[in-house]
Design a protein around this ligand. Sequence first.
Ligand code: RB5
Length: 157
Amino acid sequence: MKIAIGADHGGYPLNEHIIAILGDAGHELLDFGTHDAARTDDDYPDYAVQVGEAVRARAAECGIIICGSGVGASVAANKLRGVRAALCGDTYSAHQSREHDDCNVLCLGARVVGVEVATEIVRAFVGARFNGEARHQRRLDKVLDIERRETTTPDAA
Ligand code: RB5
């Protein structure tokens, strides 16, 4: 599977580990960095946009964004139309976010989860698929309606 990945300085070096384990598992990575531990002027929204746009354009099947807490990455990524980003700290949320919510981006907090837990979360997310059950599709359609409404309705003056 083709997977887009990006991390700011807060997500480094967890991104290097995730890139390695996904590569070992045979996945193709679209890697937006960072690979520079010394940089503190790199901002998580820039990585969120790069990964989110790659997923939205179907250049990657799913994406992973890592920052310090994962919070900024998920807030930024969820601003992109067509992106459903899940901030996960456990494996249940990781696979359910795909199976029920059809999330296409995983966000991780490198300062919050340990390397082994992060590895299992990534495997759970990447290995899961939207199950398409009617109740989940109905809920997803409602989420997509919100997105359409938000992008087409002008704010009240
Ligand atoms: C960067 O220092 C840090 O604020 C960022 O990686 C992230 O945790 C934001 O949510």
